[in-house]
Design a protein around this ligand. Structure first.
Ligand SMILES: Nc1ncnc2c1ncn2[C@@H]1O[C@H](COP(=O)(O)OP(=O)(O)OP(=O)(O)O)[C@@H](O)[C@H]1O
Ligand SMILES: [Mg+2]
Length: 393
């Protein structure tokens, strides 16, 4: 499994774990349907007390922030509507963090002081209690330090709510596109760590679970950020389980304009390579600070993927960097490597795209080089100059 600490991550590149190891690590979050009605204390006992999950010991990407009480207890707590109202001051408008395709999200605080995000699902009439539980079970058993943890749910009458761990730094879309400061707080290093974390979260969904999960709506708004800017992929509301025996599942087209893979948009044929495409678009967005589609730009720059391809073909990669990126800019070779990885992800042929595990390797190689560079700079600033020159910086 991915190591729990950032320091370890830098030293030991992550490799896909053996399947037995994944199974063993999944044991704690698994909860049987019959456990849902139990009290929190009973659930705590049945789920192994400390959660024991893949993200235990650092759900923050190894940043050492304490795991909230509710998260430690494991998932699967069933909350009453009253508890949810208490937590959100009666679903007060002041606590609304935003509204997506699936409902309104409120900030809340549980009785034990745990900060949470409560997603009040729209359109819940007609969804049978049993179906809802099944979906929740799927979401809740998935635990990884780069995936937002589901702590529990509320299902009372027509009310359906999902309770997630709260992410202090909101989402990546906000920092890339809705932040007024002249210089972005997202340094190159932070951006690359966010991408690596996202890639690891996705690799886990695709290759660490059986059956695998295709996210279907990878976009900057669904990459949440904790206090340490670690990436947590959110929203499995769109994710549907894929049977491993069947390579494709045909389903209605979902996802967000600008991120959707061409084959998925055209035919509704879906597999995990569609997420790889969306991830490639995300990488481009993070590097350039541009949205995937931007009609305020000249016609030949509206589509981010097409524009970036052209800039690469014209050998103008250095010009694509987000103008709000703080100093120092990345060494040109590092920039090129990440741009090329993104281009591979958006290959029009799904089969030609790398797997997410492969993407993790590509981004990790880059991180190792950045860490070496930092070390060289710390040891001797003059040596780091020659190091940077060698690396093409
Ligand atoms: N766990 C969380 N912690 C902090 N903020 C959250 C959390 N979950 C969601 N949010 C915030 O709530 C707002 C609404 O999220 P929501 O997922 O409903 O919408 P979206 O991501 O814009 O659209 P979509 O429905 O396509 O995912 C966003 O600003 C998001 O950052
Ligand atoms: Mg969302």
């Amino acid at each position: 499994m991915p190591p729990a600490k950032d320091a370890e991550e830098a030293a030991v590149p992550w490799r896909p774990p053996p399947f037995e190891a994944i199974k063993a690590e999944q044991k704690a979050p698994l909860i049987l349907a019959g456990h849902f009605a139990r009290t929190s204390v009973e659930t705590a006992t049945s789920s192994g007390g400390d959660g024991g999950s893949t993200d235990s010991g650092g759900d923050d990407g190894g940043s050492g922030v304490e795991v909230p009480e509710a998260a430690r207890r494991g998932w699967g707590r069933r909350y009453t509507r009253r508890e949810m109202e208490e937590a959100t001051a009666g679903l007060a408008a002041a606590n609304v963090m935003g509204e997506g395709g699936y409902g309104v999200v409120y900030k809340g605080v549980l009785r034990d002081g745990t900060a949470v995000a409560v997603k009040n699902l729209h359109n819940n009439r007609g969804q049978a209690e049993k179906d809802f539980r099944k979906e929740v079970e799927t979401i809740g058993r998935v635990r990884h330090k780069n995936l937002v943890s589901l702590l529990g749910y509320c299902s009372e009458g027509a009310c359906r709510m999902l309770v997630y761990q709260y992410m202090e730094n909101s989402n990546l879309d906000r920092w890339l596109h809705h932040d007024d400061s002249e210089i972005s707080p997202l340094t190159w290093d932070i951006r690359m760590r966010i991408l690596l974390g996202t890639a690891k979260g996705l690799a886990y969904l695709h290759e660490g679970l059986e059956p695998k999960i295709v996210h279907r709506d990878i976009k900057s708004g669904n990459i949440l950020l904790d206090r340490q800017w670690s990436a947590k992929v959110s929203d499995f509301g769109l994710a549907k389980l894929l049977c491993s025996e069947r390579p494709f599942v045909t389903t209605r087209v979902m996802g967000t304009f600008g991120y959707v893979a061409p084959e998925y948009a055209k035919t509704g044929m879906l597999n995990e390579r569609s997420d790889v495409y969306s991830f490639g678009v995300l990488v481009m967005e993070v590097i350039t600070g541009r949205t995937p589609v931007d009609y305020t730009r000249p016609a030949d720059e509206v589509n981010l993927v097409e524009w970036l391809k052209r800039m690469v073909a014209e050998r103008r990669v250095e010009e694509v960097l987000d103008p709000r990126l703080p100093e120092p800019p990345p060494p040109p070779k590092a920039l090129k490597r990440v741009v090329l990885a993104a281009l591979r992800c958006v290959d029009p042929e799904g089969g030609q795209r790398p797997t997410m595990a492969h993407v993790v390797h590509m981004l990790e190689d880059d991180q190792i080089q950045r860490d070496e560079f930092k070390l060289a700079r710390d040891l001797s600033p003059r040596e780091s100059d020659s190091y940077e020159r060698e690396r093409g910086g």
